[in-house]
Write a protein of this length. Sequence first.
Length: 255
Amino acid sequence: MERQQTIAAYVLAKGVATPNELTEVAGASLMTVHRDLDELARRGLLRKFHGGVSAQPSSVFESSSAYRLNVQSEHKEALAAEALKRIESGMSIMLDTSSTNVFLARLIARREMELTVLTNYLPILQTLRNSEGVDLIMIGGKFNPNHDAFFGMDAVAMTESLHVNLAVLSTSAMTAERTFHQDQDIVTMKRAMMAAADRRILLMDPTKIERTALHRLAPSGAFDELLLTDPGDTEFSRAVAEHVPTVLVPLRGDR
């Protein structure tokens, strides 16, 4: 419905909004807006809370793919550029459903490299589908429209049957000792990807550190390397480096 698309686009762009605010945006009554918000929340596109609605994550709610692709872009560009340095022609790599990996896929698409890329994330499949030199393999399963990705038993089983040189992942929250995510299906897929890879790289920006979420993903030491855009928190940087080799990645303007 066009009205719901208008509401969703506004909240995704702004992050949070109130129902009264959205009546003006949608040109509809407050009761109609509440019904639309109930439907958008049911579909997992937005999160309702007392007095408003949000596209931002909480400890039990992961933001939609559309929202994540449009926030922290400067950090994601820097992390993707650093991750690309670890990828060589001839490698097989697995990319999870982190929006940072879409930025990495865009860089791969502009490079002349012979790669095998495996992913369950539709935006990455769309980015690389016409890339010369890239052997693109879709990890299929049940499609989740909120995350624009494939999950479920079939996707996990396929991932568990594979072996790749490198898995590049991110997650929504971490402490120095452990990583977390809000969604059980995503946790299961990330764990399968980690098990399938010789080497695992974790990409994180400062908005995700010193936070937890509902499900434990893995100890930080389960990754071979952490790429972190500088959090400006030397205490956290020192603490996490005790568990996983950590590279602080400067933003382009800081170089």
